[in-house]
Ligand binder design. Structure first.
Ligand code: HAM
Length: 406
């Protein structure tokens, strides 16, 4: 998707807010490569997930290595954590990113093959405060961006052991009700029974209402952790809905999982989502290290926030050329003005002076200097129409004196 004009300015505004919200909580920016070894995603996102089975852009490089354009950011950030020995730093390590990701999905509103995410990953702490703080930070980001009609869905997936027991129970249930679910779900009972909760057809939805729920099968420790996260959210007044059917499309989650959905979006209603991934670092060869994080879709946040206000581009000085031989003096004035801290643009068009002034007006320039071969140099204040005749050397000081520079 091309990003033009005001959309680009809105992204800038979004980035500034993300930097402020996450920076104030001690998150540091990280950037990882756009592609990684395919194996990283197969192992972490999970072999039987939609992302790995259908959506990855995978290719072989000249050396025959299988590479994949990153479909998500958590696995790459964890790979970087392991590769750079970040477990030796003060824990937890807090990282954020604003990067593009790639999934071969059928494009529609809010769903693109190349899209951007703001993400936050907190690695090295198993405390429920981390889960709650991450949710608070995403909530705050969505709020300052004006993302409307947001609802937080929350659940816990427990640990791999209790999940495996539960999985078997769910498979048994689905087998017993195989006639009352869609053929798609029926075909994947053994492979990925949890996805049945994601089905859209009415009969499967009805059948799944009676299915056993994972939140009812948590171990004591996991239930305690979940209770502590909820209590912290209650404490700060963040409302949420416990959603036992919350199934994330990635395999690495343990314990807390959450999704922020916005009614302002259509079918692709999840603006941001995440959870805890306590086994992930170890799975990719690092020490046993807990982690938790989220990612929010930039395009979806912008869609759901409507008119995120953008600051108009400021132009303090527009340098017009009275005639061709003035080019050098005009060029130098624009450069000097920028060095003096002004936002200055040069009109290189050599069109009639009248049209240069029209252009200055269109872009909202506050002053126009009309530079000729020799002085005096007229300096016009556009709003009042007042004009002074100055030496070229006096133009910048005059603007600095008269201006309320931002
Ligand atoms: P995810 O749920 O796959 O999670 O994606 C997070 C968000 O990215 C979605 O809620 C959505 O806003 C946006 N998104 C995903 N796919 C697309 C698409 N094709 N077009 C536009 N936006 C999209 C993750 O990616 C995890 N890595 C989140 C996480 C971080 N979990 C722990 N840490």
């Amino acid at each position: 998707m091309d990003v033009l004009g005001e959309d680009a300015a809105r992204r800038d505004a979004l980035e500034a807010q993300a930097r402020r919200v996450l920076g104030s909580a001690g998150y540091q920016r990280i950037e990882t490569p756009a592609f990684e070894s395919t194996e990283l995603f197969v192992r972490t996102v999970g072999e039987v997930t939609d992302i790995v089975q259908k959506e990855m852009y995978t290719f072989a490089d000249a050396g025959g290595r299988s590479l994949t354009l990153r479909p998500e950011g958590t696995a790459p950030v964890c790979r970087a954590y392991v590769e750079h020995g970040m477990h030796k730093l003060a824990q937890p390590v807090k990282l954020w990113y604003l990067s593009s990701f790639f999934r071969a999905e059928a494009p529609q509103k809010g769903r693109y093959r190349q899209f951007w995410q703001v993400g936050a990953e907190n690695i090295g702490s198993a405390s429920p405060e981390v889960d709650a703080e991450l949710i608070v930070l995403l909530d705050e980001l969505l709020e300052v961006l004006g993302v409307r009609d947001v609802e937080l869905h929350l659940s816990s997936l427990g640990n791999p052991e209790t999940r495996a027991e539960y999985r078997q129970e769910l498979i048994d249930y689905l087998r017993r009700h195989a006639d009352s679910v869609s053929s798609d779900v029926r075909g994947r009972i053994e492979l990925n029974p949890l996805r049945a909760f994601d089905a859209k057809d009415p009969e499967t939805i009805q059948t799944m209402r009676g299915a056993p729920k994972l939140v009812d099968h948590l171990s004591d420790e996991d239930a305690q952790h979940f209770g502590a996260v909820r209590a912290l959210l209650d404490e700060v007044g963040i409302t949420y809905r416990i959603d036992p059917t919350l199934v994330r499309g990635l395999d690495y989650y343990t314990r807390t999982v959450f999704e922020f959905k916005s009614a302002a979006l259509g079918a692709q209603s999840t603006v941001g989502a995440g959870g805890r991934y306590d086994g992930l670092i170890e799975q990719i060869g690092g020490p046993d290290t807990p982690g938790c994080g989220w990612a929010a879709g930039v395009e979806r946040m912008l869609l759901a926030s409507g008119e995120l206000p953008v600051a108009p581009m400021l132009v303090d000085l527009y340098v017009a050329m009275a005639d061709e031989p003035a080019a050098r003096r005009a060029f130098l004035l624009a450069r000097e003005a920028r060095r003096a801290g002004l936002k200055a643009q040069l009109d290189p068009s050599r069109r009639a002076l009248r049209r240069q002034l029209t252009q200055a007006d269109r872009i909202g320039a506050r002053y126009v200097a009309i530079v000729g071969e020799s002085d005096p140099t007229p300096l016009r204040e556009m709003e009042s129409g007042q004009q002074q005749e100055l030496d070229l050397a006096s133009v910048i000081p005059a603007i600095l004196r008269g201006s309320r520079l931002s």
